[in-house]
Write a protein that binds this ligand. Structure first.
Ligand SMILES: Cc1ncc(COP(=O)(O)O)c(C=O)c1O
Length: 395
């Protein structure tokens, strides 16, 4: 199968994906699908999107050869794709610019979003401020506490942040509430979803907007070597920074994909969020995908030191990559992620977000399996400023 066939016309990646939603949402999802299909080939939409990525978000982000980290780990040459340099501090803004432009073409004036680590919320609030759109963000009460700085940032941009006190008070519950709001307000409201999850066409829309990451890497790698990298590594929450890096390489079968999930206290403890490593297929948030669930299909509680990875489902495209063997998924514990954070600070003078620190935390293990003649690109999905207060306590 080629990337252009993913998803198929019904929104499936192999067996995964689809659209499991109440009837009220069928029409707005059809409307979104149509608008996006048109926007992909609409020159003026594409021009405006590219211009905003360049002038507002600061793209292209650099690809950095991590010389000291490579030397320390004595493995493959390590390159960092610097999404931490994006405006607002993470890759999320690539997608919010695209979706807010779509909202404008559909004449919607009110934007809603969910957020976990707050990065998608901040990116949405920022884009709405730029485009003059009203913005309301659902956020789990627990996440509001651990990412208090981002709550303040969203409010400073004029967004209303709505605390979610149901369930585990984290990202899953925020998505539930955003979907509920959308069902009730479809007429004037556009739901800006923050990852490659949810009902069709969201996993496709978000993948396409985030693919700018991998597209840039393909060009930038040529400055360093004539061949493609041997492996790509990225953390996986819902799965958008990883799919954004992986998808443009999908048809280059020699390039290995490695997704790093949140192992929390260890996947045997049940205090983790490693959906692909330890979950099974089921339906959540409108999509058939891997979930952490009990034998009755009830969603299990999750844990991760990083709010952005603390989610019991994953994008359906990843579920397909897993089953087809196109990608390998591994998990990194909270402790290993914190070691990853320190390692990158010490060797390269860069402070990764706790989410990205999971990808870095896997490198010492990967380095042992690869040769110095090989190369690996790691997505540094965001910067750690938002996590500093939490890190100060943890370290
Ligand atoms: C910096 C950063 N990286 C990664 C993620 C995980 O999301 P995704 O898997 O969609 O890239 C988040 C989510 O909030 C994030 O803020």
């Amino acid at each position: 199968m080629k990337l252009k066939d993913l998803p198929n016309k019904r929104g499936y990646f192999g067996a995964y994906g689809g659209r499991f939603v109440p009837e009220t949402l069928v029409e707005p999802l059809n409307e979104l699908e149509k608008a996006f299909a048109k926007a992909r080939t609409d020159l003026s939409f594409q021009k405006e999107f590219r211009e905003l990525l360049r002038r507002f978000a600061g793209r292209p982000t650099s690809l950095l050869f991590a010389k000291n980290l490579t030397k320390r780990l004595k493995g493959p040459r390590i390159f960092l794709k610097r999404e931490d340099l994006c405006h607002t501090g993470a890759h999320k803004v690539n997608n919010t610019i695209g979706q807010c432009l779509l909202a404008k073409t559909l004449g919607k004036t009110r934007i809603i979003a969910e957020t976990g680590a707050g990065q998608h919320g901040v990116a949405t609030a920022t884009t709405c401020a730029l485009m003059g759109l009203r913005c309301e963000v659902y956020m789990g009460a627990e996440d509001m506490e651990r990412q208090a700085l981002n709550v303040f940032r969203m409010r400073s941009m004029g967004a209303r942040v709505i605390p979610v006190n149901t369930g585990s008070c984290t990202l899953k519950d925020a998505i539930n509430e955003a979907l509920r709001d959308w069902v009730a307000n479809v007429k004037n409201t556009f739901y800006v979803l923050g990852s490659v999850v949810g009902p069709h066409p969201y996993p496709w829309v978000v993948r396409e907007f985030q693919s700018v990451i991998g597209q840039e890497v393909i060009l930038q790698m040529r400055e360093f070597q004539a061949t493609n990298p041997d492996a790509l590594v990225a953390c996986v929450g819902g799965g958008s920074n990883s799919i954004g890096l992986f998808a443009p390489f999908y048809d280059k079968k020699k390039v290995k994909f490695i997704g790093v999930e949140a192992g929390g206290s260890g996947i045997k403890t049940q205090k983790h969020a490693a959906t692909l490593c330890a979950g099974s297929p089921g339906v959540l948030h409108g999509s058939y995908t891997y979930l952490l669930q009990d034998t009755h299909g009830q969603i299990l509680g999750t844990h991760s030191v990083s709010a952005g990875l603390d989610y019991p489902a994953v994008g359906p495209e990843h579920a397909f990559y897993k089953d087809s063997g196109r990608a390998e998924y591994v998990s990194v514990t909270d402790k290993q992620a914190l070691e990853g954070f320190c390692l990158l600070n010490e060797t390269e003078g860069l402070s990764p977000a706790l989410e990205s620190a999971h990808a870095i935390g896997y490198l010492p293990y990967l380095a042992r399996k690869m040769k110095p003649s090989q190369s690996v690109v790691v997505c540094l999905s965001g910067r750690g400023d938002k996590d500093m207060v939490q890190l100060q306590e943890l370290l």
